[in-house]
Ligand binder design. Structure first.
Ligand code: SF4
Ligand code: SF4
Length: 355
């Protein structure tokens, strides 16, 4: 594997060079927190952090996005203009491996099958992802439950690993190699690689024990009418925080904003946690309570998406666990699902054997 070195003292020059011809999106300080945003100068990028509160999702799928604008005309048809696609060459710098990997699911949702999403794909195809391995996983991180980990390069074009005074730079894809070809980075020396491996081992030691998720689909299959959903959802406030911060949640609504002489059609993130998410025009709501909504959230992430896209709708970033105002923990939900499935199976066996 061709490993290179980027001295931290040269990081600002590296970013400044990127900024000459590209938009650079990186973690920045906003309102007392960290969020991904386009930077104007290298010193805005914050590359020493556990993880951002919001994921990288908005860099490809903005929270609110205008799709079509139109002018109202009284004497002819309204003239509508599609919003130009965003094809700005971009580098997404400093995403954690869980965020880089989360994009593979969004690729499957927005970039495969009969209906392709040009807005998402334009940004995705013009973005190089330079990730930063995670050397301080939190107690809420569980990427390793999914066979991944804080140093997983899957989904990244380039992976940076902390090595003290420098980063070890790992080109992962041809797109990443093409970007790095613009720089004269020296090969990584043995001492630098050894330091990076030492930090990686320390990161691995911080991880909580693995609870594999294999078999969770089968467990969910028999639980559609289970009381477990009422228990899970009992304290949920339906605030939607978990879905907005989640890198994998991607539901949206489309609405027209009508102005006196013009208008626009926008799409905006929506949330399956909201009571109004599934309300029909008749007033009927097929998911009438929070139990039904939480069932949908769990089933979508761990049953329907694996069937439809081949990937779980969760990368274990832990954001929803960190931010939920009532401490609802999706890891505990998975445990409850397993327990409910085991109890249902035991009850079925007892019924069949007459015990
Ligand atoms: S963040 Fe917590 S309270 Fe809010 S909708 Fe999600 S699970 Fe419910
Ligand atoms: S469900 Fe929670 S832990 Fe999983 S990817 Fe979404 S925010 Fe992260």
């Amino acid at each position: 594997m061709e490993l290179l070195t980027l001295q931290k003292a040269e990081l600002a020059t590296f970013i400044a060079t990127l900024l000459e011809e590209r938009r650079v999106v990186a973690p920045v300080r906003r309102d007392g927190d960290l969020a991904f945003a386009a930077i104007a100068t290298p010193d805005e990028a914050v590359l020493r952090y556990p993880n951002t509160r919001a994921s990288v999702k908005a860099a490809f799928f903005p929270q609110v996005e205008c799709m079509v604008r139109y002018e109202r005309a009284l004497d002819r048809y309204n003239e509508a203009t599609s919003t130009p696609l965003d094809t700005t060459p971009t580098v997404l710098l400093g995403a954690r491996p869980c965020d880089a990997r989360s994009l593979l699911l969004l690729d499957g949702v927005f970039g495969q099958g009969q209906y392709l999403d040009p807005y998402y794909l334009a940004r995705r195809e013009n973005t190089v992802i330079v990730s930063l391995a995670c050397d301080r996983p939190r107690q809420t991180c569980f990427c390793h439950w999914f066979g991944s980990g804080p140093y997983d390069a899957t989904g990244s074009d380039v992976l940076l690993r902390d090595a003290g005074d420098a980063y070890v730079v790992e080109p992962v894809t041809d797109r990443g190699r093409a970007l790095l070809a613009e720089f004269s980075l020296a090969p990584a020396g043995d001492a630098t690689v050894a330091r990076a491996e030492e930090i990686e081992e320390q990161a691995a030691a911080r991880l909580t024990p693995v609870e594999p998720v294999e078999g969770i689909q089968d467990a969910l299959d028999g639980l559609f009418d289970s009381p477990v959903w009422g228990e899970v959802a009992e304290k949920c406030l339906a605030c939607g925080t978990c879905t907005y911060l989640c890198p994998e949640c991607h539901c949206f609504n489309i609405e027209d904003r009508v102005l006196p002489a013009s208008g626009e059609r926008v799409r905006a993130w929506d949330s399956c946690m909201y009571p109004g998410f599934t309300v029909h025009a008749s007033g009927h709501n097929p998911r009438p309570d929070q139990a039904a909504r939480w069932r949908q959230r769990a089933m979508h992430k761990f049953d329907y998406l694996p069937r439809n896209v081949g990937l779980y709708g969760c990368v274990g970033c832990g954001r929803c666990v960190q931010a939920c105002p009532v401490g609802l923990d999706i890891r505990a939900v998975l445990r409850s699902v397993r327990q409910a499935a085991a109890e249902a199976e035991a009850a079925a066996v007892a019924e069949n054997t007459g015990e």
